[in-house]
Write a protein that binds this ligand. Structure first.
Ligand SMILES: CC(C)(COP(=O)(O)OP(=O)(O)OC[C@H]1O[C@@H](n2cnc3c(N)ncnc32)[C@H](O)[C@@H]1OP(=O)(O)O)[C@@H](O)C(=O)NCCC(=O)NCCS
Length: 190
């Protein structure tokens, strides 16, 4: 079928490990993960905005990022996230620095960390916690629509690429990858 692992994952892992070694401060984990609370809404929105506008700048142009960052509205986002499991990462000062979400159907709907914490292990930890929660809920398969930024991140965690697709957001078109993880065959994260 159309399942294909990304090419040469070991080279990506090596680049990732070298990045981490070159940025030892990023390996410190002065943060913890907890469930989302209503009072996190503003900070969560800021993580989303920065992750899109700065974190995705190498892969999407300004028009695409503006369209991505613009929607959904605060109200529709609140409704969309309400039934989901939302985990936030919080730093030692209590600031929200990342959030991931999971639907009942096993869709990892949101996966965002502050741009300066890319490659720090924060996203790894959030995904690991979310995957643990999915297993505890009896889910056997996870899916996501991984951005061009997130593609290698999910692949490194053992996710398979199903297909590339183009989605419309506002006036812009953005490419992403439908990816999935068979929880029965999940690998331990790097
Ligand atoms: C998707 C996301 C949560 C993954 O988190 P992450 O920390 O970037 O993931 P990783 O731990 O795998 O980081 C590795 C990447 O960070 C890069 N990286 C490592 N150290 C870095 C540093 N000091 N500065 C910048 N980038 C760095 C690596 O080169 C690697 O990039 P690559 O995948 O292009 O090879 C995060 O990138 C993000 O918020 N992206 C923007 C929003 C987005 O696309 N969300 C996903 C929607 S589906």
């Amino acid at each position: 079928m159309g399942y294909a692992r990304l090419q040469d994952p070991r080279r990506r892992d090596l680049r990732y490990d070298m990045n981490r070694l070159a940025n030892p401060s990023k390996r410190q984990s002065n943060w913890h993960v907890r469930p989302y609370r209503a009072e996190d809404a503003t900070a969560r929105a800021e993580v989303f905005r920065q992750a899109v506008q700065k974190g995705a700048a190498a892969h999407y142009d300004q028009v695409q990022r503006d369209a991505w960052a613009a929607g959904p509205s605060a109200d529709s986002l609140k409704d969309r996230l309400a039934p989901q499991l939302v985990l936030v990462a919080v730093d030692s000062a209590g600031k929200v620095i990342g959030f991931f979400s999971l639907t009942d159907a096993g869709l990892v709907d949101f996966a965002y960390v502050m741009p300066d914490l890319r490659g720090s292990g924060l996203a790894d930890h959030l995904l690991e916690r979310l995957t643990e929660a999915a297993r505890a809920r009896g889910l056997s398969r996870l899916t996501t629509e991984a951005s061009l930024v997130a593609r290698s991140f999910f692949a490194r965690h053992g996710w398979s690429e199903e297909r590339r697709q183009t989605v419309t957001k506002g006036e812009a078109q953005l490419d992403n990858f439908v990816m999935s993880l068979d929880l029965g065959a999940a690998e331990t994260a790097a």
